[in-house]
Design a protein around this ligand. Structure first.
Ligand code: PHE
Length: 488
C-alpha cells in the first residue's frame, strides 16, 4: 500500500517533500514508509534524499504530567478554599509532587504561604504545562520559550527525526516490475525474455557454506608432505598395519629388551592375539646374537635375549618398525639404492596433554645407499624442510638405540621468534643393518617427525586436542581454508 502510494503520487507530482508528513496524511506508519522508500531507492525507481528534523519528545516524567496534570495544578486542586497545613498537604500529595508543586505554584504567584496555612491566591488555574506536553505528544509545534521552560524542567528532550524527500528515479515506473532471476527455457522459447527485467548478479554475495565432506587439516598437510617426498623421488612404504610385533618394533632396531620404552607404561601391548605367529627365523637368530654377544665389530649388550619378549604384539610406537621391515626385504635381493617415506599413525601409552596424544601420526623418510655420510643426511634434511618453508635449521646431538650418530632437528620459527624442535634423525647403526644382510658399505640415513606439529603451526592451533580426537570441533574442520598460501 505504501509502495503504491509513493509511486502513484510521483506519477503526477514532482516530489514528496517529507516522508513523515506523507505517511501521516495517508495513515501509514513512518517506519513502513521508510522501508518502502529504501527498497524503491535500491532498485532506482526513486531517488531519496535524507532529511532530518529536530523534534521534542516527552521524558517519563513529562508523560506522567501529560496524563495526570502538572504537580503545581495537582497541588492547587488539593488545597481547600479555607487553606491547609503544610504537613497535611504533603501527606495528600507525597513529598515529590508537594515539593515541585509548591515551587512552581509559588513562582506563578498562585499561593499564599501563611505561617500556619497554605492557601490559594487565585481561584482558578489552567494547566498550561499539561496542555503543552499534550501538544508535543501529538507532534504539534510550540513556542520557543515554552520549549526552553519544559526542557529546563526535564519534561522534554530533543530527538532527531529522520526521513526522506523523494523524487522519480532513473528507473521510475508507476508500478514495480517483477524482476526475474533466471533465463529459463520457457521464457526463452516464448520470447517473453525480451520484456523481462532481470535481477542483477550480486558478485559480492557470500556463497552458501559447503555442506559436503571436508578434509581434515591433518589430511591436507599429509597430502602436501607426500607431494614433497614424491617430488624428491621417494617411494611410499606400506604402513597399513597398526599391530606390530615387538621384534620389528624394537628388537630389529637394536633396542634392548630392558629398554624403558618396552615397558607397558609406554607401549600398548595386545591381549589378543598377544603374540606374533611368524618371524624370519634366520634373521631372528642374527638379531638375538647381536643383542647378546655382538658382531660386526660391535660388543652387543651382553644380556640374555628372550624370544617371548620379541613375540609380543603391540600397537606400533613408531613407523620405524615399517622402515625396518622394508630394509630387511631390500637386503634379501641384490642391492639397489632406495628412498622411502611413510606418513601414518603410531601409538604411545602417554599421558594426554595439550601437546601429547596417545595416538598421533609420524612422518618418516629414509635413504639407503652405498657410502652415505652425515653430510648427506644434513643435505637431505635441508632439502626436505625448506620445501615445508623451514629454511633455517640447527642440529643437536641426540640418542636413539638404532641410530649413530643421531641428531635432533630444530627450525627457526619467524612467527614465534625462536627455535622449535621439528624432528629426530640419524644414521642407522650397523647393529641394525648388518644382521639384515645389507652389504657392508651400505648406509641408511633417516629422519622422523610428527604430522601434528607442523599442522598445528600451519593452522595456528595450540592444543593438539583441538586438532585430533573426539573433542575436535567439526566447525573448525569445515571452516579451515581449502588452501593456504605460505607456511606461517
Ligand atoms: N623413530 C623416531 C621417533 O619415533 C624418529 C626417527 C626416525 C629417528 C628415523 C631417527 C631415524 O622419534
Amino acid at each position: 500500500m505504501a509502495e503504491e502510494a509513493v509511486l502513484g503520487y510521483l506519477e503526477n507530482n514532482y516530489e514528496i517533500r517529507d516522508s513523515g508528513e506523507f505517511a501521516a496524511e495517508r495513515g501509514v506508519d513512518h517506519n513502513e514508509m521508510v522501508n518502502v522508500i529504501k527498497s524503491l531507492h535500491g532498485f532506482r525507481y526513486v531517488d531519496a534524499e535524507d532529511i532530518k528534523r529536530e523534534t521534542w519528545v516527552l521524558t517519563d516524567e513529562g508523560n506522567i504530567y501529560a496524563n495526570v496534570g502538572s504537580p503545581e495544578v495537582q497541588l492547587m486542586l488539593a488545597i481547600p478554599p479555607e487553606g491547609i497545613s503544610r504537613d497535611e498537604l504533603q501527606k495528600k500529595l507525597g513529598p515529590t509532587v508537594f515539593k515541585i508543586g509548591c515551587a512552581q505554584a509559588a513562582k506563578n504567584k498562585w499561593l499564599e504561604m501563611g505561617k500556619q496555612l497554605i492557601s490559594r491566591k487565585v481561584e482558578h488555574v489552567e494547566d498550561r504545562v499539561k496542555d503543552l506536553l499534550l501538544q508535543i505528544q501529538q507532534g504539534q509545534g510550540i513556542g520557543l520559550d515554552d520549549i526552553k521552560a519544559l526542557k529546563a524542567r526535564k519534561l522534554i528532550v530533543p530527538q532527531t527525526w529522520k526521513g526522506y524527500s523523494v523524487k522519480k528515479g532513473p528507473s521510475y515506473a508507476p508500478k514495480r516490475k517483477k524482476v526475474v532471476t533466471d533465463l529459463t527455457r520457457d521464457n526463452f522459447q516464448s520470447g517473453e525474455w525480451k520484456e523481462l527485467e532481470f535481477k542483477e548478479y550480486n558478485y559480492s554475495a557470500k556463497g552458501q557454506p559447503l555442506e559436503g565432506g571436508h578434509l581434515h587439516p591433518l589430511l591436507k598437510v599429509r597430502c602436501q608432505i607426500k607431494q614433497i617426498f614424491l617430488c624428491m623421488g621417494f617411494e611410499e612404504m606400506p604402513t597399513n598395519n597398526y599391530v606390530e610385533s615387538s621384534f620389528w618394533n624394537f628388537d630389529s632396531l637394536f633396542q634392548p629388551q630392558q629398554h624403558p620404552a618396552r615397558d607397558s607404561h609406554d607401549t600398548f601391548f595386545l591381549d589378543a592375539p598377544s603374540t606374533t605367529k611368524e618371524l624370519p627365523e634366520d634373521y631372528v637368530n642374527r638379531v638375538k646374537q647381536i643383542h647378546e654377544s655382538g658382531g660386526y665389530e660391535s660388543r652387543g649388550y651382553a644380556y640374555d635375549w628372550k624370544r617371548e619378549e620379541a613375540n609380543k604384539n603391540l600397537l606400533r610406537t613408531h613407523t620405524t618398525a615399517v622402515s625396518s621391515r622394508m630394509l630387511y626385504q631390500l637386503a634379501q635381493k641384490s642391492f639397489s639404492p632406495k628412498k622411502y617415506f611413510s606418513i601414518d599413525r603410531v601409538f604411545r601409552n602417554e599421558a594426554v596433554d595439550r601437546t601429547h596424544l596417545a595416538e598421533f601420526h609420524q612422518i618418516e623418510g629414509l635413504v639407503c645407499d652405498r657410502g652415505l655420510t652425515l653430510c648427506d643426511l644434513i643435505g637431505v634434511l635441508h632439502d626436505f624442510f625448506s620445501r615445508l618453508g623451514m629454511t633455517k635449521l640447527k642440529f643437536k646431538p641426540a640418542y636413539n638405540p638404532y641410530t649413530e650418530p643421531s641428531m635432533e632437528i630444530f627450525s627457526y620459527h619467524e612467527g614465534f621468534k625462536k627455535w622449535v624442535e621439528v624432528g629426530n634423525s640419524g644414521m642407522f647403526r650397523p647393529e641394525m643393518l648388518r644382521p639384515m644382510g645389507l652389504p657392508e658399505d651400505v648406509q641408511v640415513i633417516a629422519w622422523g617427525l610428527s604430522l601434528e606439529r607442523p599442522t598445528m603451526i600451519m593452522y595456528g592451533i595450540d592444543n593438539i586436542r583441538d586438532l585430533f580426537g573426539h573433542k575436535v570441533d567439526l566447525g573448525l574442520i569445515k571452516k579451515n581454508p581449502i588452501c593456504r598460501l605460505g607456511i606461517e
